[in-house]
Design a protein around this ligand. Structure first.
Ligand SMILES: Cc1cc2nc3c(=O)[nH]c(=O)nc-3n(C[C@H](O)[C@H](O)[C@H](O)COP(=O)(O)OP(=O)(O)OC[C@H]3O[C@@H](n4cnc5c(N)ncnc54)[C@H](O)[C@@H]3O)c2cc1C
Length: 465
């Protein structure tokens, strides 16, 4: 069945929808819903619905299904793959106004939320009001939504020990493409009745159903956390330290890397301000590591990890207060902005590779930069094998080289058995590599699943598949 996009905010079909839900048609407001944090060109939607209830979403989807209008679900727009960039003439369905933490059951170990709850708001509320721990901590946690986190299966630093968002999703309330509402999942740790539909929606980037409710598992709060900034003289040493730490029998909760080029770039942006990442000139790469556990155990765990590292570190700075720890993490969260300062343009990829290949992969990434005469600056969740590879250019000529360099980066990740996206998703930005990653038969099966969930193809067409 063909899609029938809107022909602008005056499209007659919208009056029918506007009778039941809040339809946004103001061009200035629509422009704010056009893009995300990727390099994908923004597209101003034909209109937008600001959803405030499950019934708003269901009414919107019934209408869109009847009229064949493409719909793009949207959280905060912090995505880095263009997943919430709408189809021309499409409708944006914003879940941002649905911000209630509906219920908390400390005795069962879960809470239920609406999709527009900001990740940090939820984490803080669980910790301070209920003494419970919701681990996922994407670096955008102060503005991304839990619905968006589920739709992208977001990671973050502590995913190393606690797993990515999907590992904490116990169940979902979904509005299907034709407006029907279903529940998936469980209320207790185990349930193997039927296919696991929750897992199908996790990471589906708004292409299968609209997430209107999320049941999230909660853990006891770790009693002690210890954070340290380790300096290395080379990236090779930092990359090997990861494997050494595991051999030493310690699984840190986070292990983040800053490579020499990224460190150099942030050093210069902080020159006049002083930075928590300020380290001596002999240091060329950083690991930000964190261990947690029962009271009185983390000092020994950190020491065992350091003892296990065969080359370096040449400096260790442990955070001595909550404020210092907070400053280190705030600095880490600013890396995305800081490494790009002064560049004319950039593409950020988030490849993930098998852990033992990290030393050779990081060396090859530097070679790719040199070969294309571009700057490649990496940082990211190295403990998960996940690197944010920033391909940057300072001249117009550089822009012409970027696409070939990115192809080489993706080919490298796939050659070593890794993937083209560790956590940001395929979105609109990475569709060209999906078949290489999955293989044609698996991709065809995924297309059949898409047709089963969304027979008219109205949910986020052009995204992911
Ligand atoms: C500075 C910065 C740091 C970041 N750090 C991390 C990180 O550490 N780890 C990480 O994984 N990501 C990171 N990201 C990427 C981004 O924040 C995540 O992908 C996040 O999960 C997106 O949430 P959102 O609410 O902004 O979703 P959006 O960007 O609005 O949407 C993302 C995708 O989810 C779909 N979607 C959103 N809500 C729903 C819903 N309710 N139902 C169905 N589909 C929906 C959209 O259609 C789209 O495909 C970072 C981004 C920035 C800008």
């Amino acid at each position: 069945m063909s899609l029938l996009p809107l022909n602008g905010p005056d499209d007659q079909r919208l009056s029918e929808l506007a009778a039941t839900v809040d339809v946004q048609r103001d061009p200035e407001e629509l422009a704010l819903l056009a893009g995300d944090e990727s390099v994908v060109q923004p597209v101003v939607p034909g209109a937008a619905v600001m959803a405030r209830s499950v019934e708003d979403v269901a009414a919107t989807m019934r209408w869109a299904h009847t009229h064949g209008v493409p719909v793009t679900p949207r959280g905060a727009g912090s995505g880095k793959a263009g997943g919430c960039v709408p189809t021309p003439g499409g409708l944006v369905l914003s879940l941002a106004p649905m911000t209630a933490i509906t219920v908390v059951h400390p005795e069962h170990g879960y809470a239920e939320v609406e999709p527009g709850v900001i990740t940090e708001t939820f984490r803080d509320s669980m910790e301070h009001e209920h003494r419970l721990f919701y681990p996922p901590d994407p670096a955008s946690l102060d503005w991304c939504t839990l619905g968006g986190n589920v739709a992208t299966n977001a990671g973050g630093p502590v995913a190393l020990k606690y797993g990515v968002t999907g590992q904490h999703v116990m169940g979902l309330t979904l509005v299907l493409a034709d407006g029907r509402v279903i529940e998936t999942g469980r209320r207790q740790p185990k349930d193997v009745a039927g296919y696991d539909l929750t897992s199908q929606i996790v990471g589906s980037e708004g292409t299968l159903a609209v997430i209107v409710g999320v049941r999230l598992g909660l853990l006891p709060i770790p009693r002690e956390v210890r954070t340290a900034l380790l300096g290395f003289s080379s990236m090779g040493e930092a990359a090997s330290a990861l494997v050494d730490a595991r051999r030493a029998g310690v699984l840190p909760r986070a292990m983040e890397v800053v490579d020499p080029v990224a460190l150099q770039r942030v050093r210069s942006t902080w020159e006049h301000e002083g930075s928590p990442f300020g380290v001596d000139e002999a240091t060329n790469a950083l690991l930000l590591v964190e261990v947690d556990g029962p009271e009185g155990t983390t000092e020994a765990a950190l020491q065992a990890m350091l003892d296990g590292m065969r080359s370096g570190p040449n400096s260790v700075r442990e955070a001595s207060s909550a404020a210092e720890r907070g400053a280190l993490w705030a600095t880490r969260r600013e890396m995305s902005k800081r490494v790009k300062r002064g560049a004319l343009g950039w593409v950020t990829e988030d490849i993930a590779v098998p852990l033992g290949t990290m030393p050779s992969v990081t060396a090859e990434l530097a070679d790719i930069g040199a070969r294309h005469d571009l700057t490649i600056a990496c940082y990211g969740h190295i403990g998960d094998g996940n690197l944010h590879v920033n391909v940057l250019w300072e001249t117009e000529a550089g822009a012409g080289q970027a696409s070939a360099a990115v192809d080489d980066v993706m080919a490298l990740a796939l050659r070593v058995g890794g993937t083209v996206t560790g956590e940001h998703g395929i979105g609109r930005a990475k569709t060209k590599w999906l078949e290489d990653r999955l293989g044609a038969p698996a991709l065809a099966l995924q297309r059949s699943l898409k047709s089963a969930w969304d027979p008219r193809g109205i949910l986020n067409p052009g995204v992911a598949l």
